[in-house]
Design a protein around this ligand. Sequence first.
Ligand code: AMP
Ligand code: GLY
Length: 426
Amino acid sequence: MNILLLGSGGREHAIAWKLAQSNLLNRLFIAPGNAGTAEIGTNIILSITDFPAIKTFVLKHQIEMVIVGPEDPLVKGIHDFFLSDIEISGIPVIGPVQKGAMLEGSKDFAKKFMNRYKIPTAAYQTFTMSSLDEGISFIRNSQAPYVLKADGLAAGKGVIICQTAGEATEELQSMLLDAKFGEASEKVVVEKFLKGIELSVFVLTDGKTYLILPEAKDYKKIGEGDTGPNTGGMGSVSPVPFADKDFMEKVETTIIRPTMNGLINEGIDYRGFIFFGLIKVGIDPYVIEYNCRLGDPEAESVLPRIRNDLLELFIAVGKQKLEDESILVDPRHAVTVMLVSKGYPDSYEKGKEIVGLDRTKESFVFHAGTTRDPSSGKILSTGGRVIAVSSVCNNTKQALSKSYANAETIDFEGKYYRKDIGFDLV
Ligand code: AMP
Ligand code: GLY
């Protein structure tokens, strides 16, 4: 099968790496990819939201499946674009149609959906510019801390937690009146702060049935001990010890199944990943957010623990035959440590040469923000998150020590990584 994979991060390198193990794979193209994906398939220069250009490429190269890594093309309707065009409507797209992607693309849509299907989530209200005054009194009448969420996609930056009502009011004004997050903050969800421990649960669905993948925990803050600003994710661990059988049963009965039933009930033909960002409050799971894709860096810990042929699973998704499949999980423990550029998540330096990649041992090295300089052949950093180092061992401690040994071996100017991934679990 000829595949086009969209995206350029560590998640996409991990997906490409997993697809490459399949006997069913013929040619793999990655748009735009990175220096890691270039080792596995062919990187192509193509905007992942230029759907007509993607169509032209798909027809020219006899692509038989399109796999969408990040949310942006999904929220912009790439799957619908394919379905509406007779020349490409038969080519399966892994990733939901736009209405399904709204679970991530609009926090207000997701909250309403959860309320309709009684899926546990924080109590909330949504405000716009015209209801700003009500928003301010809602804040005054609620208790600190205050959670404000831009409704639309904001590159992971749209959630603000304020400690005082004054701060929350200012933030609400800046989001609604000054378009702090552009169009994404034309609506703002203000919700109750939940105290607990977070984890990420993933399912793969064909719109009828679903398979639950290994869960993971990601470490979002830049600083050790979960301090400082949020990032795209500084590391991940799978499995998550507190996600035991009882807890996961609750997740399935109170969250996953009602979500699937809701999608079916609303006529949303969802084919792809659903990412449940959960928080365990006391003994119960609540949904913090939905995403319409795999997590990054969760994918770099989750995919190495899946023994299935990933392409076979994707083919089953396309044919709505997932009921014939089951997930084979490697019981061992996976850990991912992300190496990032100096300055990240604020402005950071790029173009640093990455050395030591060929000296790593017993880890998977997934590239995130990298490119190979065509003239020198050197691998250079191009992003805030640069390299993900994943290890799979009999326990989390061993996996951590392997990932950390290789995190030392790989080097680039300004390299930073958190040395305490999994600190709360081991
Ligand atoms: P999100 O972009 O929705 O994942 O939110 C980013 C982060 O904000 C989450 O990972 C949580 O750590 C935090 N967060 C979001 N909503 C809440 C909430 N209702 N209570 C506590 N923390 C939250
Ligand atoms: N690691 C969180 C995300 O992918 O959104």
